[in-house]
Write a protein that binds this ligand. Structure first.
Ligand SMILES: Nc1nc2c(ncn2[C@@H]2O[C@H](COP(=O)(O)OP(=O)(O)OP(=O)(O)O)[C@@H](O)[C@H]2O)c(=O)[nH]1
Ligand SMILES: [Mg+2]
Length: 454
């Protein structure tokens, strides 16, 4: 069976192999692994080893005692990989972990490749590819929020979504086939309209799904939030307040901040890269101009732009800025302590979606943080399916493009058989996503990102 043969007995530490810790676990899987373990393990007491029941005893190699260990055996198919498996819990010392592994490789086991245990679980039908990716995602998650998202996804909403979409595609194709095979003429205008409608719904659904990938990626690397506005409106002051230390220089002089300053923080469970920037104005100062230039270059890459406006002298945001940032944008009205309450209330009314704050008194900061979280997570609102990694994003993006082209061609009057061939291509891609087609091809790429022992 070549590379993906799962008849070998594989062994690897499931816990960090190079660090000292109280305990470590060495994992073994494959036909005959119980026999190999029996060569090395001397359980205390006379009773025979029973599956799923941990046993305490000595681990021996040719030189003698290696460590006292707890050994748990699992009988396939009721195990993680679906095969016979053993977990050896030893003291967390790299030397001992290595010795236990070597005692097994000397008997014919081989070192597992990254992700190979999970790969066997997939090959043996214990989980699908998406669930396997969720295993890796959970190990890699940086925040509780991210872990929760991934765990929910691993219970299959994405698979259900894909299966539903594939079913729809098949129905459309069956409909097309039937008319092509038996129809005297082409399908009529009404039927074409119905097909176009279904296709449009499908295009939208995949587009929404595609956008969730950006959210997942940002959950890993941080959401980029930029503070911008005219000089002296209080950007650096607000920045320092949100990052909770005096990171940026604040003065009463306009044009204080020149370079881009960024700091990683967490707001409402979201990792955020907060950025303070030079105030935007028409300036003759070369350094300041360069700073402003930098902001414009950044805009396409940021997730959210807060345009700060001074409550005492509010201005219209630069139209160019508004245009460039489009929906990734909202206004924060600073220095509320300088204006009278009634004045603020009156303004609040006309200035919808503007958040009034005062870095000086702390007023409005909680609402500001809430607004940031709401705005960053809109793409996830009401969305029960989402993508958790680049492989999924690439496939869904391809499907999205295929469906969009199908819709465009169909609108332009191309025949139904053209639509059908687009749908074939899209289904093929979706099969790769869940692992229904070409599993072997995908496995290598996918599992190379896993850690050893998983
Ligand atoms: N009363 C009051 N003053 C503030 C507040 N926030 C900032 N200021 C003052 O406004 C002035 C400018 O603040 P900065 O934070 O440096 O403003 P900036 O937008 O970073 O300015 P540039 O870097 O020059 O573009 C300073 O004197 C601050 O003390 C606030 O909430 N209330
Ligand atoms: Mg500043």
């Amino acid at each position: 069976m070549g590379r993906y043969s799962d008849v070998d007995v594989i062994v690897a530490p499931a816990t960090p192999a190079q660090a000292k810790s109280a305990l470590a676990i060495v994992r073994v899987s494959g036909e005959g692994c119980l026999g190999l373990v029996a060569h090395c393990f001397r359980p205390k007491g006379k009773a025979p080893l029973k599956p799923w029941a941990p046993r305490y005893g000595d681990w021996m190699d040719v030189e003698g005692l290696v460590d006292d260990v707890m050994v748990t055996t699992f009988r396939g198919p009721r195990s993680y990989t679906g095969q016979d498996m053993v977990e050896i819990s030893c003291h967390g010392n790299p030397v001992l972990i290595q010795a236990i592994q070597t005692s097994l490789t000397n008997l014919g086991a081989r070192q597992a490749r990254p992700g190979e245990f999970t790969m066997r679980a997939v090959l043996n039908g214990k989980m699908d590819l998406l669930a396997a990716e969720a295993v890796n995602g959970l190990i890699e998650a940086n925040t509780r929020y991210q872990a929760d998202l991934i765990r929910r996804q691993s219970h299959g909403p994405l698979v259900t979504f894909i299966n539903e979409q594939v079913e729809q595609m098949l129905q459309m194709q069956a409909h097309i086939e039937a008319t092509i095979d038996y129809g005297e003429e082409d399908i009529d205008a009404l039927q074409r309209e119905q097909l176009a409608g279904k296709l449009k719904t499908m295009v939208d659904a995949f587009k929404r799904l595609e956008q969730t990938a950006r959210f997942s990626l940002a959950m890993k690397r941080g959401f980029k939030v930029l503070l911008t506005g005219e000089p002296n409106v209080g950007k650096s002051t607000l920045f320092n307040t949100l990052v909770r230390h005096e990171r940026a220089i604040v003065t009463e002089l306009p044009g204080t901040t020149r370079d881009l300053i960024s700091e990683q923080i967490e707001i409402g469970g979201l990792p955020i890269i907060l950025m303070d920037s030079a105030g935007i104005r028409d300036s003759n100062d070369r350094i300041e101009q360069l700073g402003i230039q930098k902001i414009y270059e950044l805009l396409h890459d940021v997730d959210l732009v807060l345009f700060l406006n001074d409550a005492a002298e509010p201005r219209e945001p630069y139209p160019q800025l508004k245009e460039l940032t489009q929906e990734k944008w909202f206004e924060v009205v600073t220095k509320q302590d300088l204006v009278e309450e009634s004045h603020v209330a009156e303004k609040d009314d006309q200035m919808k979606a503007r958040v009034p704050v005062s870095a000086l008194t702390g007023k409005g900061l909680r609402q500001l943080e809430q607004q940031i979280v709401i705005r960053l997570s809109t793409v996830m609102a009401g969305q029960s399916v989402y993508l958790i990694n680049q492989r999924q994003e690439e496939i869904i993006s391809t499907v999205s493009t295929l469906l969009k082209s199908a819709a465009d061609d169909f609108d332009m009057g191309f025949g139904e058989e053209v639509l059908s061939s687009y749908l074939n291509a899209a289904r093929q891609q979706l099969g790769e996503l869940t692992g229904e087609t070409d599993v072997e091809d995908i496995l290598d790429r996918m599992f190379s990102n896993f850690c050893l022992g998983k």
